[in-house]
Ligand binder design. Structure first.
Ligand code: PBG
Length: 322
């Protein structure tokens, strides 16, 4: 009765990884209980998710082919586009969030367009510092691809566009492109404060999106910076974000709490792959009580101030809550 914070499946968003094929349900080694799913399996999974009272899923795609312009991200028949069409037909009440990023679709695994010479790409393997100086993620040309991806996803039935690339100016570029395409009612959930984090490790196996050279520190945030996180969020809101996100969650609860105090928009937190894997593997090794630690981590994210939690635990936690 006196409890201050409550958990409900209605706060959860469940991540799904869509891959080519039919009948494919391939477990991710670094994330037990998480699968790469073909479109037909995504539909089954989404039906179960919705039946558990979880209102939304966020979709990630594993394309057949990768290239230097992320064709798989914005192609009419991209993995997420195919899944979105099927889900709108089969599970119409479910809210579809589309992660907008290019890393899963780029041959080099970066979230933006890379400018470099073939020599510098070779240097990446031999001499990482030299390679780091020899390539650059080009911000502004990347915006066009992100905007194209967003319009393509909205047309396929994605309800909420969630850019996670961390390029500067992407929210404004996406908003403008959506409006111009007649998608002015499609909201943007911006991964506004996304930190360059070791906790994304298992995701990069799940989505096959590890950068082939360098890292993401030139576009994702420094984990030491709380004030800069507020500036990043403010910029996204000014550019037109309708909802904001902090990511990862548990190591950044103070950022969530500060964002809750400062901003009035709906606030999401992403309990990322590494947070999930730590709990799963520790529990499997009998170090901790799985359900207890899972619920404690989820309630702490809510206590910090997040209204929505993107979590791989969504289904398991929803079953416990029921
Ligand atoms: C795409 C993206 C990532 C995650 C969500 N969108 C990976 C990254 O930035 O490297 C991470 C999610 C997770 O770890 O669960 N850029």
């Amino acid at each position: 009765m006196v409890r201050e914070t409550r958990l409900s499946p209605q706060a959860f968003v469940y991540p799904l990884f869509v891959c080519p094929g039919e009948g494919v349900r391939k477990e991710v080694r670094s994330m037990p209980g998480v699968f790469n799913l073909s479109v037909d399996e995504v539909v089954k999974e989404a039906r179960e998710t919705y039946a558990l009272g979880i209102p939304a899923v966020i979709l990630f795609g594993l394309p057949e082919n990768k290239d230097e312009v992320a064709t798989g991200a914005w192609a009419e028949d991209g993995m997420v586009q195919q899944a979105a069409r099927a889900l709108k037909r089969e599970v119409p009440g479910l809210v579809l969030v589309g992660d907008v990023c290019l890393c899963e679709y780029m041959s080099h695994g970066h979230c933006g367009i890379v400018r470099s010479t073939p020599q510098s790409l070779g240097a990446a393997v031999a001499d990482p510092p030299a390679a780091a100086a020899a390539y650059e993620i080009v911000n502004d040309p990347t915006l066009e691809l992100l905007a194209r991806t967003s319009v393509s996803l909205a047309r396929a039935g994605i309800d909420i566009i969630a850019p996670s690339d961390m390029m500067d100016g992407r929210v404004a570029a996406i908003r403008q492109a959506l409006d111009a395409a007649g998608q002015q009612n499609t909201p943007i959930l911006s991964y506004a404060a996304k930190f360059a984090s070791g906790f994304y490790g298992p995701f990069r196996e799940a989505a096959d999106s590890a950068p082939q050279f360098g890292d993401r520190r030139s576009y994702q945030m420094d984990g030491a910076n709380l004030r800069e996180a507020m500036r990043e969020i403010e910029a996204d809101i000014e550019e037109g974000a309708d909802m904001i996100m902090v990511k990862p969650a548990l190591p950044y609860l103070d950022v969530i709490a500060r964002a809750r105090e400062r901003f009035d928009l709906p606030l999401a937190a992403y309990q990322v792959s590494g947070e999930y894997a730590m709990i799963e593997f520790a529990a499997r090794n009998h170090c901790i009580d799985h359900d207890r630690v899972m619920m404690e981590s989820l309630i702490s994210i809510r206590r910090a101030g997040a209204s929505m939690i993107l979590t791989y635990f969504a289904k398991v936690a929803a079953r416990l809550l029921a």
